[in-house]
Design a protein around this ligand. Sequence first.
Ligand code: SIN
Length: 311
Amino acid sequence: MGGLCVDLRVELAGIRLRNPLVLASGILGTTPSLLKRVEKAGAGAVTTKTLTLRPRPGYPNPVIVELDFGFVNAMGLPNPGVDCFLNELYGERKVEIGIPVIISVGGASAEEFSIISSKLRKYPVEVVELNLSCPHVKGHGLELGSDPEAVYEVVSNVRSNLPHTPLFVKLSANVASVLDIAEAALRAGASGFVAVNTLRATVIDIYAKKPVLSNVYGGLSGPAIRPVAVRVVYELYENFPRVPIIGVGGVDSWRAAVEFLLAGASAIGVGSVIARKDLAVFSEILKGLKTYLEAEGYERVGDIVGLAHKD
Ligand code: SIN
């Protein structure tokens, strides 16, 4: 029997992706050559490590703990600074990357986001992710991202510097109302959401009788957070059905990817599973997704986006 020819392409705020898998921020996105490796492994788009105005060395070790059900990490946003990274990515010795690169940026204030976004204007940046949800770096992320007014100010500043660039706001589930944050971001000109960042967490070493991470607080990722991430994606789609969502959180198989698509994500972030399965996980998920769509009689990935909401 000749099977259907399944189309894995998706569109995100006007950006075409060859398939819905996106390298999540913070995973391998520290150098352009690593991003190139992820492209070769089959991803539809890649996200850089979050870039800040000035270089950050990150926290001292230990910065990551592996658990049975995921990871808790607190890297401390290590990055070479936005200028250095963008020069490397788009400068003379640039590595040609043939899929969209999502530039993730973080800042300690709306003003800092404004300065960073004015720097981005000088480069052919295709998509921007605003990291307003890091759960543990003081002054960054959640401290802005849990306040709708601060989110409005950050997104408005970036939008006025980048009037035509797709802007995705990375949200946290560690807030009183993710819908209030999302609504403020949209009002200020956001194009879409990345949902969700890691959840604030702590691990104690029972023999040292102390927290394991040097920073004490970190972010939980992996399969343990998937139902929380799926809940946020579902809530966002229910309330803002036309706004594109990149669903992230514990995607470790094609089944998990399908779950996010049905909840309303148009694309899916792949993150900590890479530490366990390596980059081969991209082709594994794509193969399973294609087989599922064929078996269920769908021609396009888009046919199942948000299907769990329909009667
Ligand atoms: C880190 O660099 O520590 C994590 C970044 C994030 O959670 O956004």
